[in-house]
Write a protein that binds this ligand. Structure first.
Ligand code: 5GP
Length: 203
């Protein structure tokens, strides 16, 4: 069976990076489809692992060459899903996990209706604001801006297949693992299995 396509979206402060880091410790049947971006690397980020860091010219060249499945401009930088990142995983029979913002997710849904979309929510607005403050890296103005942005992004959650509340990290990771497993068991993805019983599995 070929790997499946999963899209994970969440507003800043919902813990999606932490959830995915923990997920990849627990499963090797899924891999992270590394995106390309023109934003500068943050401390600790490695080219080719967290993102492929490109110049605007390089990014635009990839768009022209149709190497980018979807892309967006977010806070003044390009972000895009590389066709190759996804193909490499799927062809190794691994599930490809895309960590992308809401509009990119909607584009993926249009292109690949069978993709599974997962949205991660904070337990409440209060907790989200507290998490943003506790990071201690942002000014009050930025925190207000990010909270406003989160409110806009959460409106898209109704278009997703699964919602996971990140209250306790372990439970959120287990929930995501459960989604990955459940999606593999869908009848619609198992025609081959039914066919192996003959006549499409009919009695
Ligand atoms: P950050 O700069 O914090 O790494 O990412 C900013 C936002 O861009 C996040 O919401 C992240 O999920 C999103 N993002 C990262 N890669 C892609 C991509 O390839 N396509 C789209 N549409 N969004 C992305």
């Amino acid at each position: 069976m070929k790997g499946l396509l999963f899209v994970i979206s969440a507003p800043a402060g919902c813990g999606k990076d932490t959830i995915l880091n923990e997920l990849f410790k627990k499963t090797d049947t899924a891999g992270y489809a590394v995106s390309a971006t023109t934003r500068a690397p943050r401390e600790g980020e490695v080219n080719g692992v967290h993102y492929h860091f490109l110049t605007r010219e390089e990014f635009e060249h990839k768009i022209a060459e149709k190497e980018v499945l979807e892309y967006t401009e977010y806070c003044g930088s390009y972000y895009g899903t590389l066709r190759k990142s996804v193909d490499d995983l799927i062809n190794q029979s691994k599930d490809a996990i895309l960590k992308i913002e809401v509009e990119g997710a909607m584009n993926i849904r249009r292109m690949f209706p069978e993709a599974c979309l997962v949205f991660i929510l904070p337990p409440s607005w209060e907790v989200l604001e507290k998490r943003l403050r506790d990071r201690g890296t942002e000014t009050e103005e930025k925190i207000v801006e990010r909270t406003k942005q989160a409110r806009t992004e959460i409106k898209y959650a109704e278009n997703y297949d699964y919602l996971i509340v990140n209250d306790k990290l372990d439970e959120a990771v287990d929930d995501l693992l459960a989604v990955l497993r459940a999606e593999k068991l869908r009848r619609s993805r198992s025609d081959e299995l039914l066919n192996s019983f003959g006549e499409g599995g009919k009695a």
